[in-house]
Design a protein around this ligand. Structure first.
Ligand code: ADE
Length: 424
């Protein structure tokens, strides 16, 4: 079996940590148990490009339990947990191509290794496998049954491909499931971003001015968690409705042109490019900390920061100090890559439980739709939402695992909701 990991001798540590995560993933465990019996993915070659974490390991083990032949590479050069990669190879026989800190060439070589396994199902976090398949291997698209996509940024790319008429096979947008973005993006990114900042810097948040760029689900999560830690939170936005929500949620809202001179810590979570740039760095206070929790490392204009600096050095793991010509220091975390996955361990298992339950059930849905095992219209070359019944079932199972029971509509209430005659 071919694979490329940092050090296979780290496998035992990876195994322990994968098992620790599994304890917090009750919904995925239930799915795995059923997959073992029913083998809904029997013989399907699954090419996965995800952050190689303990939670992803549990997803890979579940797909394999369902009968899939899984190959995995990293969806970010800095997010791999090397012990996890080693354990997947040694204990589960899953070919993994991922090394934390790999350079760009190795990153893309690893994606090519996944593509070389001729996937019939793709599972992406950021649409890199889909992108390369379409650009470099268009002749292979007909052999692909379908795919799934984990993140907002990936879904935006896929929708652009669909509207340009070039998308070669159906893809389920896992990100759009309620049990994904309302929890993973909000509570997952919220907590893990703060975790990444603290692990990298050990800075006290209480009393600091934290500037959060972007008030989507991730931005809301970060803003609320920072507030909970006692920070004064400022939100920047380009969308008037979201800016209004942020203001009415109690955050101070202003343009980055102003926020850049008052912030102590800056977090970008917009999904767009050059959110923090030259004019902002020039205004920042001495000692400002800047980091990103959006998918790609484009939100902070690092070339501009470099060109403004007279010197730079690594002052702690994942903290690079840039000394501007004014003598002021700006601290960039994790090279502007996802701070939560680079300097910390990504979202906690309990929230990934729901995201990856969506992934496994969506993979099953795609495969069964093709084979006619469930009654659906044949899936077209489009981006589809996760079927609503899957999304709701995941919420139900998660609540059950938490020991929470909820009310049911009475027959009278059901009737009331479906009638239009009753008024005052
Ligand atoms: N994305 C964010 N957190 C993650 C995690 N723990 N595992 C996989 N993907 C993630």
């Amino acid at each position: 079996m071919k694979y490329h990991v940092k050090d296979i001798r780290q496998a035992e540590e990876g195994k322990r940590r994968i098992e620790w995560a599994e304890r917090e993933m009750p919904v995925l465990r239930l799915i795995r148990r059923r997959f073992l019996k029913e083998k809904p993915l029997r013989g399907v070659r699954a090419g996965c490009c995800l952050h190689v974490t303990t939670e992803t390991a549990n997803l890979m083990i579940t797909l394999k339990a369902g009968g899939a032949q899984v190959t995995l590479c990293a969806s970010n050069p800095l997010s791999t947990q090397d012990d996890v990669a080693a354990s997947l190879v040694r204990h589960h026989g899953i070919p993994v191509f991922a090394i934390k800190g790999e350079d760009n060439k190795t990153y893309y070589d690893h994606i090519q290794s996944v593509i070389a396994a001729r996937p019939q199902l793709t599972m992406d976090d950021g649409a890199d496998v889909v992108g390369i398949l379409h650009k470099e291997y268009p002749d292979r698209l007909p052999e692909i049954i379908g795919g799934t996509e984990e993140t907002t940024t990936g879904v935006i790319r896929l929708r652009a491909m669909e509207s340009d008429g070039v998308l070669g096979y159906p893809i389920i947008s896992v990100n759009d499931a309620d049990t994904k973005h309302l929890f993973d993006n909000r509570y997952g990114t919220g907590q893990s971003t703060i975790d990444g900042i603290i692990r990298a810097t050990n800075v006290l948040l209480a009393g600091k001015n934290v500037v959060v760029a972007g008030y989507g689900w991730c931005g809301r999560g970060v803003a609320n968690r920072a507030k909970g830690m006692g920070a004064h939170v400022i939100v920047t936005e380009i969308d008037p409705t979201r800016a209004l929500e942020a203001a009415m949620d109690g955050f101070q809202v202003m343009a980055m042109a102003r926020a850049s001179s008052v912030g102590d810590i800056f977090v970008t979570v917009t999904g767009d490019t050059s959110v923090l740039r030259r004019e902002h760095f020039l205004k920042m206070k001495d000692g400002a900390i800047v980091c990103n929790s959006g998918h790609f490392n484009v939100e902070i204009d690092i070339p501009a920061l470099k060109s403004l600096s007279k010197s730079t050095r690594e002052v702690r793991n994942f903290v690079r100090e840039y000394v501007l010509r004014s003598g002021r220091r700006v601290h960039l975390l994790a090279d502007g890559r996802l701070v939560n996955l680079s300097a910390a361990e990504g979202h906690p298992a309990s929230v990934m439980d729901m995201s990856f339950a969506n992934q496994s059930l969506s993979a099953e849905y795609v495969v069964k739709s093709r084979s006619g095992k469930i009654r659906t219209e044949p899936l077209q070359r489009k981006v589809y939402p996760v079927p609503k019944d899957i999304d709701r079932e995941i919420a139900r199972l998660k609540l059950q695992s938490m020991g929470v029971s909820i009310d049911k509509l009475t027959p009278e209430q059901e009737k009331y909701l479906s009638s239009w005659q009753e008024g005052t």
